[in-house]
Design a protein around this ligand. Sequence first.
Ligand SMILES: [Zn+2]
Length: 229
Amino acid sequence: MIPVQLADGYRHFRGTRFTDEEARYRALAEGQSSQTMVIACADSRVDPATIFSAAPGELFVVRNVAALVPPCQPDAGYHGTSAALEFAVTGLGIRDIVVLGHGLCGGISASLDAADSPPQGQFIGPWVDLLSPVRDRVLADKTLAGAEDRQRALERMAVLFSRHNLRGCPRPPRLDRQIRRRMPWVCIASITCRVLVARILPLPPPMAIWPPAYWRLSLWSPFTCGGGR
Ligand SMILES: [Zn+2]
């Protein structure tokens, strides 16, 4: 038996939203045509569909710990985020890609903690270790006063890192060109779901020469004020 909370929620859904929007759900049975892909954290507090008031079928969402886009590894591994990205771009033809990080992210905390001691668990360590190149830059930034500032800085560095991996990947050339044309957006949602959008430098430098405070080079504007790429 599924948890009572889910059973109650499902009953409520069938009796309200599904009934009200049955035509939409029936139409979606013919296929999805999402225009936007969102790469977000698995954190239960920051749900992209809720934040952006998206109806079913509107957002193609992939969620993982800390909303990371790993560097492209064209090998025999199981690359869930890359598979979702490939399908979104080549299968759905989505128009926009949004990387949505968030405040008080446990994955970001784990990355910072891992600088001193390995995280518990078999899979979390290697996953958050993806961030070590930018985490080490944040730790080298002596202008950051304490743990809270470092967390905030790495949350921003992490979405820039993901965007970098979206554009700097030796995927099949056709897919890579299509991703580049989409000029992915990067955003941070606070834990109260206020969204900031980064205005990225027109020609971002290669990550190898990112300064410790690279995230400060992007202008972070409230989403409701227009934002920017
Ligand atoms: Zn998170």
